[in-house]
Design a protein around this ligand. Structure first.
Ligand SMILES: *[C@@H]1O[C@H](CO)[C@@H](O)[C@H](O)[C@H]1NC(C)=O
Ligand SMILES: *[C@@H]1O[C@H](CO)[C@@H](O)[C@H](O)[C@H]1NC(C)=O
Ligand SMILES: *[C@@H]1O[C@H](CO)[C@@H](O)[C@H](O)[C@H]1NC(C)=O
Ligand SMILES: *[C@@H]1O[C@H](CO)[C@@H](O)[C@H](O)[C@H]1NC(C)=O
Length: 372
């Protein structure tokens, strides 16, 4: 034991290296806080949990629930809020947009760090036609209302479903659906480019998965897939789709300055018995690799060096979501805050881990030192 004293500098060095490692690998982790459930804890508890127990550092919600917005006050966590689909046609009238901003945004800033306002959710998928026809005009009017109210730094965008892509066989052939391309997506991208806001897409490799392509869809090692034109080898479905979107944007105009943000992606932890690619381990693997990938700065074959701000769906399992069982099981946490699985975002766990790792290393070193 007396050897310990003389070796304590080694322990200190190890500890500081490990702690340095722990702090420098800080990653961006966005999560969608959905609320289609009747058993979720009150927003104030949720905000407290997110802030103190997890390393989630970006939150997106599907409405402008004042209780939720209020709950994230006094934190630096940037928050994305949403104008509901039903009122989009009204939002083209400036007075209506001003009223909405006055009620749903102004009372909460700057205490809550609202950084982005999304106009509707997947309007091009869900419609109705009146919302589709008025989408870009509504985005412009809401932006104008925010500017006039002095909220100069709140971006305006809308989350797009993958339906925006025409049937695309490989990434370099990516094109937007005819009709939407020139009439909706072109003016939308023009607006986003002018106002320095991102193009937001929701992409779920999960929905493209079958028994044959599980590894490709979940970031597991695999042979990859070749784009026949660029000859680039893709290692995962996420990059395959992101590059199809990139190609579609490029085909439409000079929009390389518009950032791409992933508004939703995720993997269910429970599915139908026939879905052999759905379980807790695969969900953990997909979401862990996703976070690593989008933060790595590796980008994609056509977008090397880029990072993608990404929001996992979802914070909680949501018991009232309709559809197959998987729909109710995308959550990272149960309503009682216990993790469905851990993707390394629990604050305490990682600190315990780092200290434990350091002591293990130290013990190994000490054993060897004592042999000398
Ligand atoms: C976990 O972290 C919270 C907030 O940082 C702290 O208050 C609490 O004491 C920690 N718990 C443990 C067991 O380390
Ligand atoms: C934010 O800070 C104000 C002023 O200190 C306080 O009244 C309010 O309760 C805080 N809200 C939250 C959610 O922390
Ligand atoms: C709000 O979030 C943005 C984006 O992460 C950040 O740059 C900014 O510092 C935050 N604001 C506050 C007041 O914490
Ligand atoms: C600490 O490390 C040991 C050896 O690797 C492992 O068995 C143990 O579960 C770890 N404990 C914690 C709390 O991580």
């Amino acid at each position: 034991m007396e050897a310990l004293g003389s070796k304590s500098p080694v322990l200190l060095a190890l500890l500081s290296i490990s702690l340095l490692h722990a702090t420098t690998v800080a990653r961006d982790i966005g999560v969608n806080y959905g609320t289609v459930a009747d058993n979720l804890p009150p927003p104030a508890q949720v905000a407290q949990f997110v802030k103190t127990k997890t390393s989630i550092n970006k939150i997106k919600i599907f409405d402008a629930n004042p209780d939720i917005i209020q709950a994230f006050a006094n934190s630096s966590i940037p928050m994305t809020i949403m104008v509901p689909n039903e009122i989009i046609p009204n939002m083209v009238q400036l007075p209506a947009a001003q009223e909405w901003v006055k009620t749903h945004v102004t009372p909460f800033v700057p205490q809550t760090n609202i950084t982005r306002l999304l106009v509707g959710n997947e309007i091009l998928h869900w419609g109705p036609q009146a919302a589709i026809d008025n989408l870009v005009a509504a985005m412009r009017t809401v932006y104008q209302a925010l500017q006039q109210a002095g909220h100069k730094n709140i971006q305006v965008s809308t989350p797009n479903p993958l339906d925006i892509l025409d049937k695309t066989d490989y990434p370099s052939a990516g094109k937007f659906r005819p009709g939407w391309d020139k009439n909706i997506l072109y003016p939308m991208l023009q607006f986003l480019s002018e106002t320095k806001a991102p193009f937001v897409v929701n992409t779920y490799p999960y929905f493209d998965t079958n028994a044959q392509n599980v590894d490709f869809c979940t970031f597991k090692p695999n042979q990859g897939k070749i784009d026949p034109v660029t000859k680039m080898n893709y290692q995962n479905q996420f990059d395959w789709v992101m590059d199809a979107i990139f190609s579609a944007m490029k085909a439409l105009g000079p929009f390389s300055n518009v950032e791409l943000v992933v508004g939703e992606t995720g993997w269910p932890a429970v599915g139908e018995p026939s879905q052999t690619w759905v379980n807790v381990d695969i969900a953990r693997y997909y979401n862990s690799k996703l976070i690593e990938h989008v933060n790595s700065g590796n980008g994609t074959p056509l977008m090397p060096g880029r990072k993608f701000e990404t929001y996992i769906f979802a914070l909680f399992t949501e018991n009232l979501k309709p559809g197959p069982v998987a729909e109710r099981n995308f959550g990272l946490f149960k309503p009682d805050f216990t993790p469905v699985y851990d993707i390394g975002i629990m604050k305490n766990a990682s600190v315990v881990q780092v200290i434990n790792d350091s002591f293990c290393l130290f013990r190994i070193l000490k054993k060897n030192f004592n042999k000398l």
